[in-house]
Ligand binder design. Structure first.
Ligand SMILES: [Zn+2]
Ligand SMILES: [Zn+2]
Length: 369
């Protein structure tokens, strides 16, 4: 087990200074692990080596993001304590400032070559790049050939075609090399046929077509589209890393994909789910195909339920059922207060023996994949 630097249940969020390395310096607490029925077998305390893989949370919020606009333009009395923090705390030091859910996998192969795999490109993609690419030193600088090169070997996977997962696709050109004639290598993107059909309507100009006679060339994001199946039995490879699609219900009329990846540590990323089909649940549960090392799971509201997402009560029930070694929650609304709710989760985790925490934007989790 080589998960490192997950937030401790005994540490609250530490505002980050202007340091270039924003890795969380927390580790799993021995006491919490010792009482865990589902815990990791080894407690690690090392700092991240520069050449290992990591998960970087580009966004951990719901589709309307946090702060909620209405809480600021028409404040209630008393005002929303979570959203009002955004008026006084800079976003990079505010764990209650949440962009659309998205994960960047920094996949480091054995030869120290880093490849980046981005899951979802939502409405806040550009803002997330500004917030986290610079501070996490993405792309890496390679000066080994006597010339400085910025290396960004990026590939994209989409969970589904809702606005908070795809509306940043136009901005992909901002991280591509400049060419007024679009003469660059396209960024590979993997998505279901349903997502492809929807995106072809939303962004027809991003689908390569032969230009009509007299048509001017305009610079747009260059993408190479690859269709993946909604099928746990049809894994696919991105940058050499194997991904197993995890079809889940996102409302009873809609299939969204989560993804299972990692051979040395098994990670499941499920950002939009209201119900798990039995076949999907089997491959990610301890009592099924085997225990996950890390579950990253949808959690919309603090209380109650919702027709197309899990909320806190159902999310925690799911965690108990799947019994992963660690869980980080994503997709939260402004009902969640990072410090307060992680305190609650600290007690819950100790009681249930399953470590769970809220993730936050910019969180970097070094992990051996
Ligand atoms: Zn609010
Ligand atoms: Zn959705």
């Amino acid at each position: 087990m080589r998960l490192r630097n997950l937030p401790s249940f005994y540490c609250s969020y530490q505002p980050r200074a202007n340091s270039l390395s924003l890795s969380s310096t927390f580790s799993i607490c021995r006491h919490a692990m010792a009482t865990s029925n589902c815990s990791a077998s080894e407690n690690t305390h090392a700092t991240a080596a520069p050449s290992e893989s990591a998960l970087i949370f580009m966004g951990t919020g719901c589709s309307s993001m946090v702060p909620n606009v209405m809480c600021l333009i028409r404040p209630s009395d008393p005002p929303c304590s979570v959203c009002v923090q955004s008026l006084s705390i800079p976003p990079e030091r505010n764990p209650n400032y949440r962009c659309n859910t998205s994960l960047l996998i920094d996949y480091c192969e054995s030869n120290d070559n880093h490849k980046y795999i981005l899951i979802d490109v939502g409405k806040t993609f550009r803002e997330a790049v500004l917030r986290w690419f610079v501070s996490h030193r993405i792309p890496r600088i390679d000066s080994s050939q006597n010339e400085i090169q910025f290396l960004l070997e990026l590939q994209i996977i989409l969970t589904h075609e809702h606005a908070d997962a795809v509306l940043g696709l136009d901005d992909i050109r901002a991280v591509q090399p400049f060419s007024p004639t679009n003469d660059i290598d396209p960024t590979p993107i993997y998505l279901s046929q349903h997502s492809m059909d929807s995106i072809a309507e939303k962004f027809p100009y991003l689908i390569p077509k032969k230009p009509k006679e007299g048509q001017e060339i305009r610079r747009v994001a260059q993408l190479a589209w690859n269709i993946i199946a909604d099928d746990i039995n049809k894994p696919f490879y991105v940058s050499g890393l194997k991904f197993t699609p995890l079809p889940v219900m996102h409302g009873e009329d809609y299939i969204c994909l989560g993804f299972l990846f990692g051979e040395k540590n098994k990670v499941a990323y499920i950002s939009d789910v209201s119900r798990f089909p039995a076949s999907t649940e089997h491959v990610i549960s301890k009592s099924g195909a085997g225990q996950l090392d890390l579950l990253i799971l949808d959690c919309l509201y603090r209380t109650g339920s919702h027709n197309v997402h899990l909320c806190f009560p159902q999310t925690l029930e799911t965690v108990k059922r799947l019994c992963p070694k660690q869980t980080l929650l994503i997709g939260m609304t402004h009902e969640f207060d990072h410090h307060k709710d992680n305190e609650f989760l600290k007690d819950w985790s100790r009681r249930e023996g399953i470590p769970v925490q809220l993730a936050h934007d910019g969180l970097k989790v070094p992990i051996n994949l």
